[in-house]
Each structure stands twice: as C-alpha cells, then as structure tokens.
Design a protein around this ligand. Sequence first.
Ligand code: C5P
Length: 315
Amino acid sequence: MSDDPSRLWSPAEDAPVRVRVPAKVNLALCVGPLGADGYHPLGTVFHALSLHDEVLAAPGEPGEVTLQVSGETSADVPVDESNLAVRAARLLAAEFGTPELGVRLQLKKQIPVAGGMAGGSADAAGALLACSVLWDLDTGPDDLHALAARLGADVPFGLVGGNAIGRGRGDQLVPLLSCGIYHWVLAFAHGGLSTPQVFGRFDEMLEQGRASSGTEVPAEVAEALAKADPFALGKALRNNLEAPALDLRPELAETLAAGRAAGALGAIVSGSGPTCAFLAESESRAMDLATELGRLEQVAATRRATGPAQGARLL
Ligand code: C5P
C-alpha cells in the first residue's frame, strides 16, 4: 500500500456511487411510418414504474470500463463493450472527461431484458448519472440528456422518469403532470423480442394494411392522468406496436385476454413487448390479477409495480 495519504481511499470515498433507475411502460405509443433516418417518428406517453435496476460505479483502472451484472433478470445481458451502460460511460468520459477515467460498473437487474420496458436504456441512464458523480464532472441535466439521446431513443426518459410525452424518436420529452398512483401487474414472457424486429414487422403490416400508424397521442391519456382516473386510463391505453408484437408472438394475445377477463382496467403490450402490462383498480386487485396471470404457461413471472416513479436518482 502506498504511504502517500492522497492515494488512500477513505471508506466513504471507496464506496461505489449507487443510482436507482426505473423501467417504463408507454401508456400510448403512436408510431408513424419509417423515416429516412431509419427511425419511426413517435408520439408517446412514457410512465416510469417502481421496477428498478441499480447501477453501481466504483473507481476503476485508468481508461478501463468493466461491467458485472447480477439480479433476477441478469441472464443474457452482454458484459462487453456492446452493453449500453459501458457505452454510456465511454461516451461521458470522451465528451466531458479525460481518457484516464476508469470505472467498475455493476448492474443489479430487475427489469426484464429485451422486454419492452427499456431496461438497457435505464442502465445507460443510470451509468451516465453514476459516472458523472463518481468522476465529479461538470455536467448539468441538459448535458446528460443530450448524451442520453445519442445512446438511444428511450435513454433520456430514464433520467427524468415520472410521466412524459415523447416526440421525435421518443427522446424529445415534455413532462406531464399527473395525479394519483397507478397499480400495475407486469407479465414477463419467456424470452425477449428485438425492438428493430418489431418495428420491421410494423412496417410490413402497415404496407399490407394490417396495422395503423399516426403520431397523434390520444387526449384521453393526459385527461385521465390529470383526473387520477384509472378507469379512464385503462380504456385510453394504446400501442401501435401491439399488432406486430402479437403477430410475432401470438400467445401474448391470450395473456392480454386473460388479464382483461380477470378484471384488469386495461391491458397492453409494453413498448415493443413481449412484457404485457395490466392496470388494476387497487393494490389488492393487482395481487389477485398477478396470481391469475402467474398460472399461465406462457407467463414466465409476474411483478407488481406502481407508477409514476422517479427517474434516475442517487441512493
Ligand atoms: O434508439 P434505440 O437504439 O433504442 O432503437 C433501437 C431500434 O429501434 C432502432 O435501431 C430502430 O430500428 C428502432 N426504432 C425506431 N424508431 C424509434 C425508436 C427505435 O425505428 N423511434
């Protein structure tokens, strides 16, 4: 060990920076036809949920970004440079730091992988905040937002959380005020769905007249949120990617139907799927619903969550 006191970490300094970051569902996901940039213009309402990943950032070797992953949904998460959290740390160091910065990242995952709940995007948002604090960088919310948008369409929302209207690729956000707490049941599927594949099937179905497009967010969603009315919100839920997700995974239609039959106020594929999200009238109704859905063969696991939840924050 070095005798130089400046090279000794006190326990507090040595403790990793910990950030908690939420999953999302889209209360409305209104998708336009494919643009020349390879993306689809969106009008969406993001809603952050109390289903979280945790991102830990500890000092690393100079210039090195390493990653460890643990938790309920850690299988199949890449730990190499392709991981969005690693790319977030690298981008932050390149734009606001120096090449000597290093970090040991750890993800504790609860958000399903390739589940349509923006788990990878959440981890990237968490890594941006955690590394920015660890490295003591001069970054404000707008700086992190700009980097987040470069990493992926859903990453900026991981930073802000709550409810927000998203336009453009989904990265241009306007916070949406809401009242009330909403009770959700999430039904995870066996295996994930690739977001580009679901968008690709959407394009095909649009051409065949089997899907509808449009970026106009239904006013009923914002009205229901303003009135704290879960019944109205349940009826207003909308997702243009549901048709292609069901086309790719027909068994999801049964999951949605079973949730509706068991009393869900609304049932929807989350984002590009395959997770299905069910709005319940109360916590106890959500518990009953989770029990019912958990019996289905095509459901790998169920989780209850409430929304809206805060965006990425330090613990
Ligand atoms: O932005 P992100 O990397 O998360 O997007 C993954 C893929 O999803 C994109 O490469 C694109 O194929 C598709 N996508 C899209 N339109 C959007 C967002 C994503 O077509 N608005």
